[in-house]
Ligand binder design. Structure first.
Ligand SMILES: NC(=O)c1ccc[n+]([C@@H]2O[C@H](COP(=O)([O-])OP(=O)(O)OC[C@H]3O[C@@H](n4cnc5c(N)ncnc54)[C@H](O)[C@@H]3O)[C@@H](O)[C@H]2O)c1
Length: 318
């Protein structure tokens, strides 16, 4: 590895811009190659970073040229990119969700695990100090009830409104809340969902995703819970998870950035002070330098389990 960590990007749309912004703040890193199906988009990213535009994703995945690849294509457009990177010995970052087909994702997970390559998946909320505090507090304190929601507007890209491309709002976006519940309270046992399209039927009949969902679940701990979600709520947006115990209450709001903990001894209110996107990239780069996966907060194996929950919810509604 050269002194500078040389980074390649495959897919340089919305979220990739965020990673590029953060990487510019991290010393001894340089973005050297980019590829996007949209040539204009690739050119723009190249101009902003000094990278070279490559002709294909395969060309980006050149072990001689890069030390790390960011895979930021949408979940329907990942092909074998992660597996190719892993087999070529290139550490990778891949966005959440890790796919839309469990069988494909399971096969990839096995290969990635067997290669032992250092990698991370973009469940970025895990990197907030509030989420870490909540995790420590909830250790050994099972809630009897979890209640959550994520309400807001839709992603601007066309692929997002097609169920066979994004998996829908739950699989693509509310996955962060599902992942946070898993991260803080353990594994899901059973999940059931109902979805609707009252608004999309009027405003976007061409779309195939749902505009609202109500999901109920149980967890291995015996905890039960519910999550509601909407992606067509122009006048209100927010996300929230509450954990109710017989002797405690934990509340994460604002996508995890505000934390309240109440019990008989304390009433804590905290606001996240970290840039989770920065922490996510910094942690990955340090992990690659040290050759150890240990500090990465979300692996492909872990992310697979979150996808399993959201796809099971979709399946339950058919
Ligand atoms: N972690 C987060 O908080 C977060 C936030 C937003 C998006 N995401 C995830 O990131 C991924 C991308 O989302 P986005 O918001 O950047 O979408 P986007 O539509 O803004 O950008 C996607 C880019 O990928 C390119 N692309 C599509 N297919 C490609 C292919 N086969 N090869 C190369 N380039 C290709 C498109 O041209 C586009 O530039 C999605 O999986 C999404 O769920 C994660």
């Amino acid at each position: 590895m050269s002194m500078n960590m040389r980074i390649g990007f495959i897919g340089v749309g919305g979220i990739a811009q965020d990673h590029i912004r953060v990487l510019k703040q991290i010393e001894n890193t340089e973005i050297v190659s980019v590829f996007d199906l949209n040539k204009e988009q690739a050119q723009k990213a190249a101009e902003a970073t000094g990278a070279e535009v490559m002709e294909s994703a395969n060309q980006v995945l050149d072990k001689q040229r890069i030390d790390l690849v960011f895979i930021c294509t949408p979940q329907f457009a990942r092909g074998d990119l992660e597996v190719t990177a892993a087999r070529r010995g290139i550490p990778f970052f891949v966005e959440k969700p890790v796919g839309i087909d469990m069988e494909v994702v399971r096969k990839k997970e096995q290969i990635i695990r067997e290669t032992g390559i250092v990698h991370a998946v973009g469940y970025v909320l895990r990197y907030m100090d509030t989420v870490q505090t909540a995790k420590r507090y909830l250790q050994g304190r099972p809630a009897h009830l979890i209640q959550g929601f994520r309400l807001g507007t839709s992603h601007p890209s066309k692929w997002w409104r097609q169920l066979d491309m994004s998996g829908g709002h739950l699989v693509d976006t509310v996955t962060h809340q599902v992942d946070m519940i898993r991260y803080l309270a353990g594994e899901f046992r059973e999940v059931r969902a109902q979805f609707g399209r009252v608004s999309f039927d009027q405003t976007d009949p061409e779309s195939t995703i749902y505009d609202a969902g109500a999901i109920s679940f149980s967890m291995n701990s015996g905890t039960i819970g519910s999550l509601t979600e909407s992606c067509v709520s122009p006048f209100y947006s927010g996300s929230d998870i509450k954990f109710f115990g017989h002797d405690f209450f934990v509340h994460l709001s604002g996508n995890g950035s505000n934390l309240t903990i109440i019990d008989n001894e304390q009433h804590i209110v905290e606001t996240n002070k970290l840039d989770p996107g920065y922490e996510q990239c910094r942690t990955l780069i340090e992990a690659i330098r040290s050759g150890s996966q240990a500090s990465i907060l979300c692996s492909y194996t872990d992310a697979l389990r979150t996808l399993e929950v959201t796809l099971a919810a979709n399946q339950s509604a058919i």
